[in-house]
Design a protein around this ligand. Structure first.
Ligand code: CA
Length: 757
């Protein structure tokens, strides 16, 4: 819309004063370069509709306040920069609008940069109504920014940024030069769409500054943006500078928090966080001095610790600039928190982070938690915080803090703005103000590019293809299928003479017949299914048999490709039997390789018999950078017999605290003779290293290797309850960065035979 208006206005204006401005319509990069040489204030370059491949677009010059230099698409959303493309802006009073970046990635460190070079940083310039859609570098761990804002007084507004899958901040404001500090940039009305879990540090959606320059003011305004499912890591926004204002932003089902990580004097006000009950959804995390957090609204948040609705952290005494400066003179006022898990004080308290908040105020907040859970917790001294006029409506309040909060009993009513307010008029001045107006999806981004819906679900195409038994019938059907299709296998034997490359959401299901043998799949290559970019796999009611597989290094029935995979994958097995993976000494069922991350691996009601390797190997990220291969792993109600390697081998090494996972659920399984192979380096039947949440419950284990759980950083939660062990050694539990006994919760476990708890 803006692009159209702008063009029309400029053309009208040009008509009135033709001598002062030029209007260049360009069809290719040569014509663009020619126009650029002549450009002056008030001029406009119009890019012809169509694809501009490998276009490193540069614009610089001296525009004037009412006469910017403009680069605009012929029609908004009809100019596509693809392949190896980027945009760099120098000079002053430049406007760029109407472009779409897709089907490629930047060859540089940024897709859009508000500087042409170190010497030529943009000032008073604007990027508006630009789309960056999945324009990610192919290698997950090769870093870039999609947008780098430098210089001063720039505006980035009404843009649409969706699907960054590689490492690096989506939008970074840089303070690494004198002329880019106290910049008064405006970042407003943008749509920050889904950013999948990165599985590493570097998945922030917005960062302002870095620890190195965090003593400087940035004075950036971040206003009326929507953050929709921005799940990259623990920080959605990482404010690492002073004087920033975060106002009126809406966070939808986004994991992590708005974090005041470094720098002082920031204001966070009138933002709305709607978690929708999703795991790890958080609010605001406070560190440093003179931070103001007021009039925010939070609902349906499920995070705790670092991702609590409000997390007030402990600091490091005389902290180095890159650690945790003490909270001092914080004001946290008139926030509403409903249907949320946690409000936490002294978060991160440990030997290093030993300084509690001081000279701070927590006032007029309205809090309501989850039934039966402790809403407010503190982990150290809170005497440096003055509490006044806070009301707690539901949920237990920790005893130590009950004198700080007054109970209230009220119903909540949803107001016209979509938010909940207490019915009790006595609470009228407690919590967030009535006049909040959360920005809506149609007020952010662009009108001419649709916002993403839910991910493609298994079976969502509605197409079911019958596949007959035989050689390569399954391979051919799988390669011809579209995303969301179901392949239905009748009874009989299927042989795959090549690995099935899977780059879509595919279901392979046995036609269910009561009492009949399920269809059986054999494969004559080292792998049956190779997961590629875009691949999601659901298999049900079938048998996979390794009898025809060759003896080859790294055999695995299902494995990820060695080509880069940008997307996160889902793998589900229900009613599946896998047997006879014995042709060599380490034949796995599922192997997740380097730079691959599964959002979820789910195994239910399945059988695994005679397997020499691991059932799920998610242990390829061995550099201890805090990277890992699986976010959620559920193994439920399944049977494992004569499996040489571990059932689950999950590794996340290092001391980084930027991710939430891995998260493991292992319950109701029957295990016999598992983990005993000499080739099993872990020596365990389940090996979890650096897993953040593990629930291991109600399993029966006979004659197997022990469970091995290694805790690394953070506050890992492991519970091992109500399991029955026979002839199996007791748990091997290790803490790598924590003094004292292992923190696993153990109860109701019974050992018989040679084992003992
Ligand atoms: Ca981070």
């Amino acid at each position: 819309m803006l692009a159209r208006h702008c063009l029309v206005l400029l053309v009208m204006w040009l008509g009135a004063t033709p001598a002062l401005a030029e209007h260049y319509f360009v069809r290719n990069q040569n014509e663009y370069a020619h126009a650029l040489k002549q450009i002056e204030a008030g001029d406009i370059i119009i890019l012809a509709n169509g694809e501009w491949r490998d276009f490193e677009l540069v614009i610089t010059g001296k525009g004037e306040p009412e006469r910017p230099i403009t680069v605009i698409s012929e029609e908004p959303g009809k100019v596509f920069l693809t392949g190896q493309s980027s945009l760099r802006i120098g000079g002053e009073h430049i406007l760029v609008t109407g472009l779409v970046f897709k089907d490629g990635y930047s060859p540089r460190g940024e897709v859009i940069s508000f500087r042409r070079s170190k010497q030529d940083q943009a000032r008073n310039s604007r990027v508006s109504e630009i789309v960056i859609d999945n324009f990610s570098k192919p290698d997950r761990y090769e870093s870039d920014y999609w947008v780098g804002i430098y210089g001063k007084n720039n505006r980035f507004d009404h843009n649409h940024l969706v699907g960054k899958t590689n490492k690096g901040v989506t939008l970074a404001v840089r303070l690494d030069s004198e002329e880019s500090r106290e910049n008064e940039h405006r970042i407003d009305h943008n749509y920050f769409g889904p950013r999948p879990v990165l599985g590493s540090n570097g998945g922030e959606t917005l960062r302002i500054g870095t620890s190195r320059y965090s003593m400087h003011r940035s004075d950036t305004l971040v206003e009326n943006n929507v953050f929709d499912r921005t799940d990259g890591e623990v920080e959605i926004i990482s404010s690492k500078s002073g004087g920033n204002i975060f106002r009126g932003n809406v966070f939808l089902k986004s994991r992590g928090t708005l974090t005041l990580r470094h720098g002082d004097d920031n204001v966070v006000e009138r933002n709305v966080f709607l978690g929708g009950g999703k795991d790890y959804t958080g609010g605001i995390r406070v560190i440093n001095r003179n931070q103001t957090v007021r009039s925010n609204y939070m609902e349906g948040l499920r995070g705790q610790a670092f991702s609590s609705a409000l997390a007030i952290m402990n600091g490091v005494p005389n902290s180095p600039v890159n650690r945790y400066v003490e909270v001092e003179h914080a004001r946290v006022e008139n926030n509403t928190i409903v249907d949320s898990r946690r409000v936490a004080f002294n978060v991160g308290a440990d030997e290093e982070r030993s300084a509690p908040p001081s000279n701070s105020i927590f006032k007029g907040n309205l809090l309501s938690g989850l039934p039966g859970e402790t809403l407010v917790e503190s982990y150290d001294d809170i005497s440096g915080i003055e509490f006044a006029g806070n009301r707690v409506v539901l949920g237990g309040v920790q005893t130590a803090l009950s004198d700080k909060f007054t109970a209230a009993s009220t119903e909540f009513e949803r107001a016209a703005n979509g938010l909940l307010y207490p019915s009790d008029p006595e609470l009228g001045s407690t919590g967030a103000p009535r006049d909040l107006k959360p920005v809506s999806l149609d007020q952010v981004g662009v009108k001419w590019y649709s916002k993403p819906g839910d991910e493609v679900a298994f079976g969502s195409s509605g197409k079911v293809v019958d596949v007959a038994p035989g050689e390569d019938t399954l391979v051919e059907a799988a390669m011809a299928a579209a995303s969301g299709d179901v392949l239905l296998l009748g009874p009989g034997e299927y042989i795959a003479n090549r690995a099935i490359p899977l780059g879509k959401a595919l279901t392979i299901r046995g036609a269910y017949e009561e009492g009949a043998e399920p269809p059986t799949i054999y494969f004559t290559r080292p792998t049956l299914i190779e997961l590629r970019d875009g691949g999601d796999l659901q298999i049900a009611n079938i048998t996979i048999d390794g009898a025809l597989a060759p003896d080859s290094v790294g055999n695995s029935a299902i494995r990820t490709t060695t080509y880069p995979i940008k997307s996160n994958m889902r793998i589900e097995m229900d009613g599946v039997t896998v047997r006879g993976l014995v042709v060599n000494k380490s034949f796995n069922v599922l192997t997740l390789g380097k730079s691959a991350l599964a959002d979820r691996v789910s195994i239910r009601n399945s059988n695994f018999v005679d397997i020499t390797g691991a059932v799920v190997s998610a242990a390829a990220e061995t550099e201890d950078f805090g990277q890992y291969n699986v976010e959620y792993l559920d193994i439920v109600d399944s049977k494992f017999a004569n499996v040489g390697g571990p059932i689950a081998d999950v590794y996340r090494g290092g001391r980084d605290e930027s991710t939430f996972g891995p998260n493991i659920s292992f319950s109701g399984n029957q295990i016999a003779s598992v983990g005993l192979a000499a080739t099993n380096g872990s020596g365990a039947s389940i090996h979890l290293h650096g897993v953040q949440i593990a629930k291991i419950e109600r399993n029966q284990i006979v004659g197997s290797a022990p469970f091995r759980v290694v805790h690394t950083v953070g506050t890992p939660k492991t519970s091992i309850n109500d399991n029955q062990f026979a002839d199996t050694p007791t748990f091997v539990l290790e803490e790598l960065n924590y003094e004292g006994d292992h923190r696993a919760e153990l109860s109701g476990n019974i050992f018989a035979g040679d084992g003992s708890e």
